[in-house]
Ligand binder design. Structure first.
Ligand code: NDP
Ligand code: 2IT
Length: 447
């Protein structure tokens, strides 16, 4: 990616100051590349050192998390919470529990969140956190004790007007319940707006569990309409089999598409007659098993171990597992098989080379910052409901989500056209998010 002298200097400093954080470097490089034309048109932003400020987190917390397993053995994990920007509102973003979590991963996720959250237009800053805890194979009691130990430190740093965590990989409704329980116990306050993604009974919002997956599909619908297509009769491949993937699949099927493959960390399942989301739920949520169990329940399906699903022919690909899961060779295979669109359900699942290949082939490409913003947008709706002690209906909340996704889609397209990159959603999302956060930072004085 070619950078001009200003952005090269900023990028070099990011790399120098944050060694051994390749995911953060990758996320920063893409944004710096996209926003070069803005700085050329508005040199005052460059002089105000907006980029340097945006690339440095406002605060980073790292802490020890000690817990005991069911056999009484002690474990030591590392917890993180990074508040990247509070220019638009309290830090907002999920918690990830996965063995691959380190400071660089949390920083890339929190950095992406700055632009994503700005795109929603809902007054939320950007943060992310998590731990290098591996939940796989852990009992309910172990998960609870880990969540309690994690929150015993995290509670000092969060609150409805300060920092509002939610879920991400390895953190769903169950974990949010345990985290909220410990937060409530320590602080002696039922501050529902401190965490989102809560169960309905704790003040959670309708549609929050579905929101990221549904939102991706609303975005795809808008993107296809722009090119005179619809989801009807389209063949789709989704990666992942968790929260985002399952709800994306359910909504795709409702809209007339057939999802022929999905995956988890053990491999992928392929069934030309369509993947059954109810079976996925049984395997992943109830049995907490890997996808090799799927053909036991659906004999028409084939399980392919240790592979990503990108060689399965499809019209649309929705990578919804993790970062850098769709590379150059995968993009080439997808294009060769006649792909028309890719939408990132996960954060940064496509490598920069894969994105270049998709763009060069004229594929409609929706970056995660735009396409998966429905989750955090609905978290902001949960915060609104908690602040007013109100509950909105499923259909009203879903309609607001769909409107938000269509608005994000239009902002990306309008901004991309304004900066002479028509149809480029990456440039549109990065510039549109940047302009919002830059304007707030200028208004706040030197922050
Ligand atoms: P879940 O934990 O519910 O599901 C994650 C899925 O991805 C699982 O099927 C998991 O497999 C698979 N996976 C995770 N890591 C890897 C890996 N290293 N290699 C292969 N497969 C992997 O998480 P979510 O669905 O919530 O999150 C998925 C993605 O979506 C993440 O990138 C997240 O940041 C992003 N996202 C999530 C939002 C949300 O609201 N939850 C909002 C916006 C983005 P296995 O089951 O075998 O572990
Ligand atoms: O990546 C994301 O946007 C999320 N994991 C959701 C964050 C949130 O605060 O709902």
């Amino acid at each position: 990616m070619a950078l001009d002298s200003t952005t090269t200097a900023v990028y070099n400093e990011v790399v120098r100051r944050n060694p051994a954080e390749p995911e953060f470097h990758q996320a920063a490089l893409e944004v710096l590349h996209s926003i070069q034309p803005v700085l050329q048109q508005q040199p005052e932003l460059r002089d105000a050192r907006l980029l340097e400020r945006l690339c440095e987190p406002e605060r980073q917390v790292m802490f020890r998390v000690v817990w005991t397993d069911d056999r009484g053995r002690t474990h030591v994990n590392r917890g993180f919470r990074v508040g990247f920007s509070s220019a638009l509102g309290p830090y907002k973003g999920g918690l990830r529990f996965h063995r691959s979590v380190n400071l660089g991963v949390v920083k890339f996720l929190a950095f992406e969140q700055i632009f994503k959250n700005a795109l929603t237009g809902l007054g939320i800053g950007a943060g992310k956190g998590g731990a290098d805890f591996d939940p796989s194979g852990r009992s309910d009691g172990e998960i609870m004790r880990f969540c309690q130990a994690y929150m015993t430190e995290l509670h000092r740093h969060i609150g409805p007007h300060t920092d509002v965590p939610a879920g991400d990989i390895g953190v769903g409704g169950r974990e949010i319940g345990y985290l909220f329980g410990q937060y409530k116990r320590i602080t002696n306050r039922f501050d529902a707006g401190t965490l989102t993604g809560k169960d309905l009974v704790l003040g959670g919002s309708f549609v929050r569990p579905e929101a990221t997956g549904y939102g991706v599909v609303y975005f795809v619908e808008a993107m296809l309409a722009e090119r005179g297509h619809s989801l009807e009769d389209k063949t789709v491949v989704v990666s992942g089999a968790g929260n985002v993937a399952q709800h994306a699949m359910a909504k795709l099927q409702q809209m007339g598409a057939t999802v022929v493959a999905c995956s988890d960390s053990s491999g992928y399942v392929h069934d030309p007659s369509g993947i059954r989301v109810d079976v996925l739920r049984e395997i992943k949520q109830n049995q907490r098993r890997k996808l090799d169990a799927y053909p036991e329940l659906v004999p028409t399906a084939r399980f392919v171990p240790d592979r990503a699903p990108w060689d399965v022919p499809c019209d649309i690909a929705v990578p919804s597992a993790t970062q850098n899961e769709l590379g150059e060779a995968d993009a080439i295979a997808l294009v060769k098989n006649g792909l028309i669109a890719v939408a990132e359900g996960a954060n940064m699942p496509c490598t920069p080379k894969a994105i270049d290949i998709l763009h060069d082939a004229g594929i409609a490409f929706a970056p995660g910052k735009a396409a998966n913003a429905g989750g955090v947008a609905t978290s902001a709706l949960e915060m609104q409901q908690n602040a007013s002690r109100d509950r909105w209906s499923f259909s009203d909340t879903d309609k607001t989500l769909a409107d938000t996704m269509r608005n994000i889609h239009s902002s990306c397209l309008i901004t991309a056209a304004d900066y002479e990159r028509p149809g480029n959603y990456v440039v549109g999302a990065n510039i549109s998010g940047f302009l919002t956060v830059a304007s707030a930072m200028n208004t706040l004085g030197l922050v």
